[in-house]
Design a protein around this ligand. Sequence first.
Ligand code: SF4
Length: 444
Amino acid sequence: MEKKIFIKTLGCQMNEYDSNRIYDSVKRLGFEKTKDQENLDCYVLNTCHIRDKAKEKVYHEIGRVKELYKEKNKPIIVVAGCVAQAENQEMLKREPYIDIVIGPQSYHKINDKLLNFIKGNKIEETEFDAVSKFNYFDNIKNKENKISSYLTIQEGCDKFCTFCVVPYTRGPEYSRPFNKIISETESLIKSGAKEIILLGQNVNAYSYKEKSKVYRISDLINKLESYSELKRIRFTTSHPRDMTDDLIECYSTSKKLMPFVHLPIQSGSNKILKLMNRKHTVEKYIEIYEKLIKINPEIKFSSDFLISYPGETNDDFTETLSLVKKIKFINSFSFIFSPRPGTKAANLDQIDKEISQERLLKIQEYLFKFQLNLNESFINKTIDVLIENELEGQNKLFGRNQYMNSVIFEGNKNLIGKNINIKIERVNQKSLFGKVEKNNMRAA
Ligand code: SF4
């Protein structure tokens, strides 16, 4: 009999990609994906450790599921992702309702773990084994793809920024073989992908050696460029230290690489960057920015900002603000520092909450203003939008422009998967609203 599975995904695009691959894997055991959370045979929570109080949020969510099944047979409860990796055995001890705890580098064992559990064993599996994981998934077709599809090319991190858990939860840097990424690309294109977003915790650190050739992310972009069915290429998340000239050059040679660079800087103060062990300076960051803007003045940057890192003075914060004003970042993430257990910064003295809150509001005032300014600049203009899907229950289509902004408009479902000219009529800080241009069918 068909068994029902639901995966709740928290956090980044890599978790979304992983959840899709877990669906691909468990299909082999007869599990079918469902959205109906009240009649499940298996519930998977794919967790993220980046945000504050991540662990508590997991137990809270498991409590919610427990409540749902108070009167009926419980589903198999799996906790996956970075919190699972960080907490491992502790989770099974603290919440006996959880049946399986599995870390991100062990997903290739998910089917075995489920079968084993059905035989009666509670399981924790948090080894770092990225090679076996990708080998396993290379043999299972990626069927959960969309018009805009994620493709993990690299995982893990060796940089050890003092505030970050990724090196501990995802393990050391690992780059997938070039040819395996290309076959997955081809399979995604065959099933309808028009945009590919290359993923990695340090995606631009991608480095795969075969014989005497070292493949870099620029080689992947150049190869992807050659597929006529593919319309757009993006990659995330990058580290400034790995923005090498061959990658920067891609912005001049590739027609499909979108002019939108998400490049986390965290702080505009060299003193704070050093304390964070970021391994780059503000000057290096500005140099990258200037090289890219010289290639294409339309390129926009987004970034991550960690406010009130221990030791940040008003002067340090002012330097961050100056950088924000100089680069006019769009679509950025900004958070107040909060300690992550196990990291170097975990026990440092924190900055007063009120001061931190003031700084956050100040930086967001500028970030939101620049976002809105950009969006407003599209009013009455016609822009190219890749149509991704229909908005549920709204009879409207959803797509994105080159800067990843959401574009919403009325249109026929047969436009999904096409690049269409949309005339923008109104905007807010998050989205653009418009209508299909009359002469569009040529563009489609
Ligand atoms: S480079 Fe990124 S993933 Fe690696 S430790 Fe720093 S913040 Fe975390």
